[in-house]
Design a protein around this ligand. Structure first.
Ligand SMILES: NC(=O)NCCC(=O)O
Ligand SMILES: [Zn+2]
Ligand SMILES: [Zn+2]
Length: 481
């Protein structure tokens, strides 16, 4: 199966140039000007369009059992939405219940994800600890292509990882050549503030951000960084939303620590006024953790993304419909936490990042695809337009316009946190594994077309980490007498 993209402009994280791109058997095989089509190849004219690596969303939760319900978008509807937005790979999460064997949870998620239309892979959450978890982490890393393990520092009495678990698991990550990731919020403080707010009779969605003020995130970010740095293990902080987290990351980076940060398209563009909405349903639709923040934090997030303090953008796509959100009608702590966005991330980043002059097109590629590929050891198979790379491509129309709306999105839910946003710059064609998966509004991929992606351990940054560790190895004092 061959596909030739003719007349477009290739945009990678480091350069922009005019070339045709030939895809054969799922790989990019030739990039050059004036390529002629092999016999039987499909030729697509992409004059005036940009040819970029397909988006990688490093943070989604399809079909997640969470807070007494299950996220509404499953691996079919969620990955269809991803393809419609130009994203060709998602990194979702296996989240074992406390006490559930990791391998059992992993196989459960593999089963659910069989119907994926885009490519997919998993972080595995460490929600409890014993010798079997220690052993299963190795099995997952060596046999199943898992090179990242997630720790929720929030969600007390559910999936929260306490400090002892962080210490054990980060140490294990270091032994295995994997990367630890954290949802940084102090779960004890959140719990305490939630009880206080409920006692005061503040039971609506407006209480949600009050129960998770910036320092709740900043403290946890600083703590996770301190633990990982002491152990010498690399760390990735998901959905950073406040200045306090950025400061902690930047300070750690200035000390030479391998710490990476992710920001969500939602946190960059939606502010906390949404929780004041007089309409309960609309306010509840925005309940996610960490919450949307004051504008000053948004400015700080953009600057951190521009400066490279934060490297990736994601969505934390975890969609709940109105009926599910209504579980917390009288108690905001019971509103299922989560919002969608996997379809909108690229267009939102282009509109608010590239069109506003905050990001170059090359930086856009870096923060929507290449950097995630590098951190999670998928590069250059993914995150690149290069001969030999996987043919995961988005063809982008920088002049195309669209108004984002729940009435036209692919997600199953009735709300969209970007509702009404007008964007200039949209995908016209999404190619996944060398096959046209979505074209100008038409979904061509079928359930099961997506491939499970193995991610080997020991990403390139591990070489320097290991050298450092060897040089710093403690030695006993040899006392003769
Ligand atoms: N983010 C959120 O509110 N829901 C999904 C679970 C998580 O990532 O914390
Ligand atoms: Zn989270
Ligand atoms: Zn999440």
């Amino acid at each position: 199966m061959a596909l030739l993209l003719k007349g477009g402009k290739v945009v990678t994280h480091e350069m922009t140039y005019t070339a045709d791109v030939l895809c054969e058997d799922g790989k990019i095989t030739r990039i050059a000007q004036d390529l002629s089509a092999p016999e039987g190849a499909e030729v697509i004219d992409v004059t005036g369009k940009l040819i970029m690596p397909g988006g990688i969303d490093p943070h989604t939760h399809m079909q997640l059992p969470f807070m007494g319900t299950v996220a509404a978008d499953d691996f079919a509807s969620g990955t269809a939405a991803a393809l419609a937005g130009g994203t060709t790979t998602i990194i979702d999460f296996v989240i074992p219940s406390p006490g559930q064997p990791l391998m059992e949870a992993y196989h459960q998620w593999r089963d659910w994800s069989e119907k994926s239309m885009s490519n997919y892979t998993f972080h595995v959450a460490i929600t409890w600890w014993d010798d079997s978890v220690h052993q299963d982490m190795e099995t997952l890393a060596t046999e199943y292509g898992i090179n990242s393990f997630k720790h929720f520092m929030a969600y007390k009495n559910a999936i929260m990882a306490t400090d002892d678990i962080l210490v054990s698991s980060f140490t294990r990550c270091m032994e295995l050549g994997a990367i630890a990731t954290v949802h940084a919020e102090n779960g004890e403080l959140v719990y305490h503030l939630q009880q206080q707010l409920m006692e005061k009779g503040i039971t609506g969605p407006e209480a949600h951000p009050l129960s998770r003020p910036p320092m709740v995130e900043g403290e946890a970010a600083y703590r996770a960084i301190s633990i990982s740095e002491t152990i010498g293990a690399p760390l990735y902080l998901v959905h950073c939303s406040v200045q306090e987290s950025i400061d902690a990351i930047r300070y750690a980076q200035s000390r030479g620590h391998h710490v990476y940060g992710e920001v969500l398209a939602g946190h960059l563009t939606v502010d906390d006024s949404v929780y004041q909405d007089a309409n309960w349903e609309r306010a509840a639709a925005h309940v996610m953790s960490p919450p949307f923040r004051e504008k000053k934090h948004q400015d700080a997030l953009w600057k951190a993304l521009q400066a490279g303090t934060l490297q990736t953008t994601a969505t934390d796509h975890c969609a709940f419909c109105n009926e599910q959100k209504a579980m917390g009608k009288d108690n905001f702590t019971q509103i299922p936490n989560g919002t969608a966005g996997v379809e909108e991330r690229l267009a939102v980043l282009w509109e608010k990042g590239v069109n506003s002059g905050k990001l170059t097109a090359n930086e856009f590629v870096a923060v929507t695809s290449t950097n995630a590929a590098k951190i999670f050891n998928l590069y250059p198979a993914k995150g690149a337009i290069a001969e030999g790379s996987d043919a995961d491509i988005v063809v982008w129309d920088p002049k195309g316009k669209k108004t984002i709306s729940a009435s036209t999105h692919m997600s199953k839910i009735e709300n969209n946190i970007f509702e009404g946003m007008e964007v200039t710059g949209v995908p016209t064609l999404t190619i996944c594994n060398g096959v046209v998966a979505w074209k100008e509004g038409e979904l061509l991929a079928k359930e099961g077309d997506g491939q499970y992606v193995m991610r080997p351990t020991y990403a390139p940054f591990y070489e320097s980490l290991q050298r450092r560790k060897a040089l710093a190895e403690p030695k006993p004092v040899n006392r003769k007498s």
